[in-house]
Design a protein around this ligand. Structure first.
Ligand SMILES: *[C@@H]1O[C@H](CO)[C@@H](O)[C@H](O)[C@H]1NC(C)=O
Ligand SMILES: *[C@@H]1O[C@H](CO)[C@@H](O)[C@H](O)[C@H]1NC(C)=O
Ligand SMILES: *[C@@H]1O[C@H](CO)[C@@H](O)[C@H](O)[C@H]1NC(C)=O
Ligand SMILES: *[C@@H]1O[C@H](CO)[C@@H](O)[C@H](O)[C@H]1NC(C)=O
Ligand SMILES: *[C@@H]1O[C@H](CO)[C@@H](O)[C@H](O)[C@H]1NC(C)=O
Ligand SMILES: *[C@@H]1O[C@H](CO)[C@@H](O)[C@H](O)[C@H]1NC(C)=O
Length: 451
């Protein structure tokens, strides 16, 4: 072989290595990459403003490099503009070995628990985001919604979430896209859990189920334990689940500094046989005080200037916030679950059957398990009959609202407090009474402020 041929060959192989990230897919209740290794998420919520954070290549490169140093392999983005050019950012993250979970809904197309519906305008907005991202190998999955249900009387919206997943999956398949996992990110509401979790995956026809379920949970604060935090209950109720499950937001900040001890449970022996990792809320420091990095000192809330919104600079060189950043880095460095090899799992995966659909319980879970899913264009009606179909009975739902649920106040948050949710230590897991303080909704609250 001539020298130049050798040089060409080695350049070619380098090129191959640099460009290929292995696609993620679901099998049974786990994620795998293309060589059959189980995939565990070490993720970061990444949304610098309400604008699409995946169009500024230079910014993405800066952030991706520091996330790689942190040990992250995934980001979660809540809002993108399907018309933007995402090539630069997606390759910046790919080069850093980082995958993306992206929400498909936009500010005005998310499903609303106070008036659930699912229609073709909404579906085509979701489709546009899928079209824009399907081709990236580091797209790990898409989300139908974030915390659509935050109140007991919101349970009638669950069939609409499921209908949206059904239609997005049908669209994905009709376009010949790879089987990009389609899932949902739930608020951690004791009254709705585990009914929602089970409901979204209970159909015997898998085309009508989400492909994964994820939970925004802030139960483990400060120095806590697997049992004391409530995680042991989450684990118990995820055992035997038929699809992958992970934490789509976590990182309680009520006891600073954050030590991220819960990662040792999630990615360690307690939970890694059932859960597929966690996404930490969040990258940027803002008024809610969940940041792992900042782009500069905070300024007056009214200050204006390049990249300044709400008193915080939203771009530039990321600087780790101490000691939270290094705490997370240290704990993640010790956690490298390998899980199960696909070759050892396939046979048992094929035997997994969905859990039963939860029974209808008036005022608690107002969804008839035998109703067909809503059709495209359906609107839930207040009588629970006629056009509401799978929507169940909202009249019972609203009657119950005074007693059953306590989450509603939390859903109306100001942006300053719009962090992921704040749950009193152990309360949601231990009392089951949904004693939920502060804000439940990661980005939903953020969006509410902007609208
Ligand atoms: C799949 O993941 C494993 C473990 O992280 C890694 O060693 C392997 O290279 C990955 N496969 C591909 C094709 O990248
Ligand atoms: C959402 O807003 C965009 C731009 O403001 C508009 O083009 C679109 O039609 C709206 N979609 C829905 C479902 O209202
Ligand atoms: C679907 O709902 C959205 C939001 O309410 C509305 O703007 C849009 O016109 C509806 N589309 C159809 C086809 O009814
Ligand atoms: C499964 O569900 C899909 C989507 O609703 C539907 O098109 C298909 O006919 C169903 N398959 C069976 C066997 O019922
Ligand atoms: C687990 O499931 C049981 C039975 O459905 C339920 O009573 C309990 O509240 C659930 N626990 C959690 C943490 O969701
Ligand atoms: C649900 O309850 C909240 C108050 O808790 C109320 O504002 C809302 O109107 C109720 N929604 C429905 C659909 O009944």
């Amino acid at each position: 072989m001539s020298l130049s041929l050798m040089r060409w060959a080695s350049l070619f192989m380098l090129g191959m290595q640099a460009s290929a990230i292995s696609q993620i897919s679901t099998v049974g209740a786990k994620f795998f990459n293309s060589s059959g290794h189980q995939f565990y998420i070490k993720g970061i919520a990444y949304q610098l403003t309400d604008d699409d954070p995946l169009v500024n290549t230079a910014q993405c490169k800066l952030d991706a490099a520091l996330m790689k140093e942190l040990g992250a392999n995934t980001i979660r983005v809540y809002h993108v503009d399907p018309n933007g050019d995402h090539d630069g950012c997606m390759s910046a993250f790919e080069d850093a070995g980082i995958y993306l979970f992206v929400d498909l809904e936009t500010f005005n197309t998310s499903i609303d628990q106070s008036a659930p519906k699912w229609n073709s305008t909404m579906l085509s907005a979701y489709e546009k985001v899928l079209d824009a991202f399907h081709n990236y190998d580091n797209l790990a999955g898409v989300l139908i919604g974030n915390e659509v249900l935050t109140r007991t009387n919101g349970s009638w919206a669950a069939p609409y979430v499921k209908a949206a997943a059904r239609d997005v999956k049908a669209y994905r398949d009709s376009k010949g896209y790879r089987k990009i996992p389609v899932g949902y990110a739930a608020a951690d509401i004791a009254d709705l859990r585990p009914m929602l979790q089970d409901y979204l995956a209970c159909s015997t026809n898998s085309s009508e189920n989400v492909d994964f379920f994820s939970l925004n949970a802030y139960e483990w604060c400060g120095d806590n334990t697997f049992t004391g935090s409530g995680y042991s209950e989450l684990q118990k109720n995820a055992t035997g689940y038929s699809i992958p499950i992970f934490f789509s937001e976590t990182g309680c900040n009520t006891v600073p500094p954050r030590t991220f001890e819960d990662q040792s449970a999630i990615l360690g022996n307690d939970m890694s046989d059932t859960w597929s990792g966690a996404i930490i809320y969040e990258w940027i420091e803002e008024a809610n005080n969940y940041g792992l990095i900042s782009y500069g000192p905070s300024v007056a809330a009214t200050a204006t200037g390049t990249n300044i919104v709400g008193g915080f600079t939203r771009g530039g060189t990321p600087t780790p916030i101490s000691p939270d950043f290094s705490n997370l880095k240290s704990v993640w460095a010790t956690l490298n679950p390998t899980g199960v090899a696909l070759s050892d799992y396939t046979a048992s995966a094929s035997k997994i059957t969905p859990l039963a659909c939860p029974a209808e319980t008036s005022g608690v879970w107002d969804v008839n398990p035998t109703s067909p899913l809503p059709t495209l264009g359906q609107v839930a009606d207040a009588t629970g009959t006629g056009s509401s179909g799978g929507g169940g009975s909202s009249s019972t739902g609203s009657t119950s609202s005074g007693t059953g649920s306590s989450g509603s106040a939390a859903a109306t948050s100001s942006k300053g407090a719009a962090a992921g949710g704040i749950v009193a230590p152990g309360s949601a897991g231990m009392t089951g009474a949904a004693v939920i303080y502060g804000v439940l909704v990661g980005f939903t609250g953020f969006m509410a402020w902007w609208l």
